[in-house]
Design a protein. Structure first.
Ligand code: WTA
Length: 637
């Protein structure tokens, strides 16, 4: 066994699970004791879901970077912590050993200090997938600043909204980012965002693409210049700031059913313990394995399973700058063979898109280093599961289907590679410490097996969301008030005869497009910003590659009559307001939307129309004007 808390058999899983339910405090205390604490906790868990108030390892003092870096230096100093593969296969890759990563983090932590960043300050990070992104994240954690990473695909407006919400006075960015054949001018997007955010005091800019940038005097500084200053100071050490177990570690914004994204807050100790524990157990990581998670660090998957979980375990983690289909659709497979990757963790949408290229891109690829495959982000359809199993895993690598959320911090329901069986399209069993419960719409528990319901969790686990930044009430109403004394996930779920869980998708107005969560209300708000739009309603529909596509019904009274141009304008508006990821796939112009007498849009009907199930519209008699529906059906695209 490689880690003292590594589960090595099905029986051991069952025992661990049992103990985690009967003695949660003892269970988590044992695991937490394998981490480095400046001061041990006084109380393992204090909680109530009413407020909610959840405190893990209360009174404990620590710094997560001492656990991810310092404590590995003696044994793993010369071992690779990060392997970075650039966008272009022609460019040189980079390897950072634990010692090198430690040095860079300490150095950049000093850069942050020189720029007056203090414990508790919010630092927004908007960068491409370069090793310095991980360095920036860890440097914040080292000095106790709260990082808020924003995915490089978000627009200036989205960034501004997040900066304002978090009142972030510091920004770390790059001149630009490479993604496939595109070059994205990140700094210029930041400049647009900052027009609305005069409170931002410092912008630190890393050189990556040499895209021309404008540097504002007094506000903007180059990463490289700042590092040089630290070097001339003789590269002083940067002792890790002692943090309370429950001090915030980061904010990560995510979409919900209302218009405004919310800042999910995770805290230091519980997040550290849970991400490391789940990383080791779900993927069955063995020292020396190379772990390749293809997510972007801008999403929770990248936070937990590129950065914190793997580094907490002293693992070797890959950062890939590019995209799976450039220069060709064999890019992932080339990387797997080049570095002899052992664990590949990706999203169903990527698998489906690569499936579409046939087996050609797999020609000449061995893929024989792979031992574990993983998926995350959305339900995986059986066809994609089998393709992954047959052509990538060669039927010898277990596939872990990991269900979790930004709010859960780490993997909640999943098989454990080679330990508990995988079932196509099932996340299967809860991890130790996770107590799922299915309830009906009134919150009454649905007991027994072979049943479906709304998925809730009835007991806290260490990496549960603590609050939504600046608005605790929103956290309460969104997650803890739908049903009494439970955390509500927003997902629907089926439990089969054997007690395995199968996630069936969101039950709220949140779409899952290519594994990205997008609230319909957010897209509607963006569409409604267009001057010609009177009203809109957005629903999801099944999409072969993205899982769900975005279908917008729009009442339009714009000036020019060309529908195609109007559609383009609306799409551009959404790109500007949110980012290209939220662009509608289909826009249908309608004269009216189906509304109840009380003025509520009947989304159920629109969803059925978008899905092409016109004969299953159900009862339309409660509509103010049932005739509207026929018009919409006729105009369907
Ligand atoms: C969905 C991503 C089915 C689910 C880690 C959840 C999944 C939302 C799976 C969270 C899975 C994630 N099977 N559905 N294995 N993993 N989901 O916050 O609807 O970006 O609520 O976190 O993705 O998305 P988020």
């Amino acid at each position: 066994m490689s880690y003292p808390y590594q589960i090595s058999s099905k029986e051991a899983y069952q025992q661990a699970y049992q103990r985690s339910v009967t003695d949660p405090e003892g269970f988590w205390a044992d695991i937490a004791s394998h981490f480095f604490w400046r001061k041990r906790w006084d109380k393992v868990l204090e909680w109530n879901f009413k407020e909610p108030k959840i405190e893990w390892f209360k009174g404990g003092k620590l710094n997560i970077t001492e656990n991810c870096l310092d404590r590995h230096l003696g044994t793993l100093g010369n071992k690779p912590a990060i392997i970075w593969e650039p966008n272009s296969p022609e460019d040189d890759h980079r390897v950072l050993t634990y010692r090198e990563l430690y040095n860079k983090v300490v150095q950049f932590a000093n850069v942050l200090k020189n720029n007056n960043v203090k414990k508790g300050d919010r630092v927004c990070i908007y960068m491409g997938m370069v090793p310095e992104l991980a360095v920036a994240v860890l440097a914040c954690a080292r000095i106790g600043a709260i990082h808020s990473v924003i995915f490089g695909g978000f627009s200036a407006q989205s960034i501004a909204d997040r900066l304002i919400d978090a009142n972030a006075e510091f920004v770390i960015t790059c001149d630009g980012a490479y993604r496939g054949n595109k070059e994205i001018a990140l700094k210029s997007v930041i400049d647009d965002a900052l027009v609305q955010c005069r409170f931002v005091k410092k912008v630190i800019v890393l050189t990556r693409t040499r895209t021309p940038v404008s540097m504002i005097k007094g506000r903007d500084v180059w990463w490289e210049d700042e590092v040089r200053k630290v070097e001339t100071q003789g590269n002083p050490d940067c002792p890790a700031v002692e943090m309370d177990a429950e001090d915030p570690l980061f904010i990560l914004y995510t979409s919900g059913s209302t218009g405004k994204p919310k800042g999910v807050v995770h805290t230091v100790a519980g997040y550290m313990v849970y991400t490391t524990y789940s990383f080791v157990n779900v993927f069955q990581y063995k020292p020396g394995d190379i772990h390749f998670c293809t997510a972007d660090i801008g999403w929770i998957t990248g936070h937990s399973y590129i950065v914190y979980g793997p580094l907490g375990a002293g693992a070797t983690t890959m950062i890939f700058e590019g995209v799976p289909t450039w220069p060709d659709a064999g890019r992932f497979w080339e990387i797997v063979d080049k570095y002899r990757v052992n664990i590949l963790y990706t999203a169903p949408t990527a698998i489906r898109s690569l499936m579409g290229f046939g087996l050609g891109p797999l020609q000449g690829r061995k893929l024989d280093s792979l031992t574990v495959l993983g998926t995350v982000g959305e339900p995986i359809n059986e066809e994609a599961w089998h393709w992954y199993d047959e052509h990538i895993g060669k039927k010898k690598s277990p596939i872990v289907d990991t269900w979790w959320q930004t709010e859960t911090g780490g993997i909640m329901i999943s098989n454990m590679a080679g330990i508990t069986p995988g079932i196509p399209s099932y996340a299967t069993l809860p991890l130790p410490g996770v107590q799922p419960i299915l309830v009906d719409d009134r919150g009454v528990e649905i007991e027994g097996n072979d049943v479906s319901g709304n998925l809730c969790i009835k007991f806290p686990w260490p990496s549960i969301i603590r609050t939504t930044y600046g608005d605790h009430e929103r956290c309460r109403t969104t997650y803890f008030a739908t049903y009494d004394d439970m955390y509500f996930t927003g997902d629907g779920c089926y439990r089969d005869a054997e007690g395995n869980y199968r996630i069936t998708g969101r039950v709220d107005d949140v779409l899952n497009v290519s594994g990205h969560r997008i609230g319909t209300a957010e897209v509607e708000n963006a569409i409604n910003m267009h001057a010609g739009v009177v009203e809109s309603a957005v629903v999801g529909y099944p999409h072969d590659i993205k899982g769900q596509g975005i279908y917008a019904f729009v009442i339009f009274q714009g000036s020019h009559g060309d529908e195609k141009l109007n559609r383009q304008d609306i799409t551009l508006t959404v790109s500007r307001i949110i980012g290209p990821i939220a662009k509608p796939d289909k826009i249908q112009f309608v004269n009216a939307l189906p509304k109840t007498r009380s003025g509520k849009i009947m989304r159920r009907i629109l969803r059925k129309i978008a899905e092409g199930e016109m004969d299953k519209l159900g009862d339309t008699s409660t509509l103010l004007d049932p005739g509207v529906v026929d018009d919409i059906k006729d105009g369907r695209i």
